[in-house]
Design a protein around this ligand. Structure first.
Ligand SMILES: Cc1cc2nc3c(=O)[nH]c(=O)nc-3n(C[C@H](O)[C@H](O)[C@H](O)COP(=O)(O)OP(=O)(O)OC[C@H]3O[C@@H](n4cnc5c(N)ncnc54)[C@H](O)[C@@H]3O)c2cc1C
Length: 313
């Protein structure tokens, strides 16, 4: 029986697993192997790995984990259920073929399953997403700096995101796609920064070979752009938590303490699924490492007062 099962093999789960392995913890990493950032060719902002392909980062991390005998890494194996048991948790892992399903038991489970996202419902959006239309401003705005850009979204934070994005371009149009995402009070503030607001519904994007060239509006107009950002809606997929209801924020993210402990004893979480912050790989990897440190200490000090996070070195 492993001491810890880590569910999700993105930067958070891989980093947590590495640090657990080095603390001599028997750990199983279970990954559905469907990374959200697979839409993009290059990832930016990860120290020493700026511009790396997302798949390559995972390959490097997997090679590092392979050196540790106390790690078992199950790939392309989604967890279909995590249930409380008398001794911790039972974790049901789907097989790649019928009959390969496995049930793991562990006292400690770390969730690093990341987010799923709903993109604005534009017919061609997938042709451009990750190539010339992105969601992470911190990750990708540098490559689009100084160009005519679009920001497309339907949520109440759109105006604040536009102000943020205006750091990288002075030619920005915010598209609300017919929704009241930008309110009347926000529009003059955006105008003062030179940011245009277009409220007409969008029919589609236009361009070629992944390079977006225009936003097409339902009234027949075409607004030329040379790149853009969308504001997806993010979801924490947790339908596999069976009989477990860790505390969540109003928008559905898991709530943890500073060490990654959820409200369910023995259940930890790290990375994008945790209340909120910049969604970046290095931050997810750091959160994975920090949560691994908490888990190691909790395993070690189950019956005494644990060290505070600031005391862990
Ligand atoms: C298009 C795009 C471009 C991006 N570009 C950048 C960039 O340039 N730089 C940057 O720093 N960040 C970038 N990001 C953000 C970055 O990818 C995330 O912040 C980061 O990957 C989050 O790491 P994570 O480990 O929390 O989750 P993820 O990387 O999402 O990993 C979660 C893993 O859990 C697995 N999983 C989910 N459910 C289950 C289950 N039931 N059982 C088993 N496994 C499961 C998934 O298949 C996946 O492998 C980008 C994101 C997107 C969408």
């Amino acid at each position: 029986m492993p001491e810890v099962v880590v569910i999700g093999g993105g930067p958070a789960g891989l980093s947590a697993t590495l640090n657990l392995a080095r603390a001599l913890v028997d750990v199983v990493l279970v990954d559905a192997s469907r990374p959200r950032n697979s839409a993009t060719l290059r990832s930016h902002g990860f120290l020493t790995r700026d511009g790396i392909r997302p798949t390559e980062l995972r390959t490097l991390a997997k090679a590092e984990l392979a050196a540790y005998e106390n790690v078992e890494h199950l790939e392309r194996r989604p967890v279909t259920s995590v249930r409380p048991s008398a001794d911790g948790f039972d974790i049901e892992v789907a097989g790649r073929a019928p009959g390969e399903q496995r049930i793991l038991s562990a006292k400690t489970v770390l969730l690093t399953t990341g987010l799923t996202e709903t993109l604005p419902a534009l017919p061609s959006i997938r042709s451009y997403y990750g190539m010339s239309v992105f969601s992470c401003v911190a990750c990708d705005a540098w490559d689009l700096r100084g160009r005519p850009l679009a920001l497309i979204g339907e949520t109440a934070d759109l105006a604040r995101r536009a102000v943020h994005l205006a750091r990288w371009t002075s030619d920005l149009t915010v598209f609300t796609n017919g929704t009241p995402a930008v309110d009347e009070a926000e529009e003059p503030a955006l105008a003062a920064l030179g940011i245009r607001v277009e409220r007409t519904r969008i029919s589609d994007l236009d361009g070629e070979r992944g390079t977006v060239r225009a936003v097409l509006l339902e009234d027949g107009r075409s607004v030329p752009i040379d790149g853009g950002f969308i504001r997806p809606e993010w979801h924490v997929a947790s339908d596999f938590l069976d009989g477990l209801s860790p505390q969540r924020s109003d928008d559905g993210f898991l709530v943890t303490d500073d060490g990654g402990r959820t409200s369910v004893p023995g259940l930890y979480a790290a990375g994008d699924i945790v209340v909120p912050g910049p969604q970046q790989m290095i931050i997810a990897a750091g959160a994975g490492a920090r949560t691994a440190a908490t888990i190691v200490d909790d395993l070690q000090t189950a019956h005494v007062t644990p060290l505070r996070l600031t005391e862990l070195t």
